[in-house]
Write a protein that binds this ligand. Structure first.
Ligand code: MN
Length: 229
């Protein structure tokens, strides 16, 4: 009999010292026009959803440096800096105007992607899952409660590798705003407390190598640092 009681609950630190138990990790694809274009799209198509398992989350404390092992089955691991929304109140078919009342808070996250595998799966018309939902594929910084940081609708979102800026965008450039993401996603499934939503990345995604030091930042939410081991 396996030791089922040893299965750990993933938790993300909240800046006030509490912890946020993670239930599911939802992700939005192509939610910034400039990134949709760099991925070969028109930049005008509707975004879409995919998911990662909760235990793909790598929680990184404020001021700490997370450690992400370079994953197997890829030679083209890419970074995607994203605003992460944490859900604190359940709901289905949530109206855009009610959506922010379902938000517990926000964090900076990186959607790590096996880009070569993704391209191969796309070509074959197969699910993206193994390109996105792998171990350690979702580093995330501490959550900031909306009660203290508000609901960021604009502001800089950026990522640097070894001190050189690779991605720079503005939250205002999301195709689906945070309320629209929540409303749309909640028509497909019930959102529950503990759900995280990665809301998409601006342009400038690119490869990471072993030994790289990544720093991702969103205005008002501090920064997230990790290294590729
Ligand atoms: Mn992404």
């Amino acid at each position: 009999m396996p030791a089922l009681h040893h299965i750990a609950q993933t938790v993300v630190a909240i800046a006030d010292g509490r912890v946020f138990p993670v239930r599911r990790v939802h992700c939005v694809g192509r939610n910034y026009a400039d990134h949709a274009k760099e991925m070969g799209g028109s930049g005008r198509a509707a975004p879409f959803f995919f998911a990662k398992p909760a235990d793909a989350v790598v929680p990184v404390a404020e001021g700490g440096v997370g450690r992400v092992p370079y994953p197997p089955r890829t030679a083209d691991l890419h970074h995607e800096v994203e605003l992460v929304v944490a859900i604190g109140r359940p709901g289905s078919d949530i109206a855009v105007g009610d959506a922010l009342a379902h938000v517990f808070g926000y964090a900076t996250g990186v959607d790590l992607t096996r880009r070569d595998l993704q391209a191969d799966l796309k070509k074959k018309g197969q699910p993206w899952e193994m390109a996105k939902a792998f171990d350690h594929s979702a580093p995330i910084g501490p959550l900031h409660a909306a009660a203290s940081c508000g609901h960021p609708a604009a502001g800089a979102i950026s990522l640097s590798v070894n001190g050189a800026e690779r991605q720079h965008g503005d939250l205002a450039d999301m195709i689906w705003s945070v309320p629209e993401v929540i409303a749309e996603l909640s028509t497909y499934l019930e959102l529950r407390p503990g759900d995280l939503i990665f809301t998409g990345t601006p342009a400038g995604v690119g490869p990471l190598e072993r030994g790289d030091r990544v720093v991702a930042a969103i205005a008002g939410l501090g920064s997230l640092a990790f290294s590729i081991a």
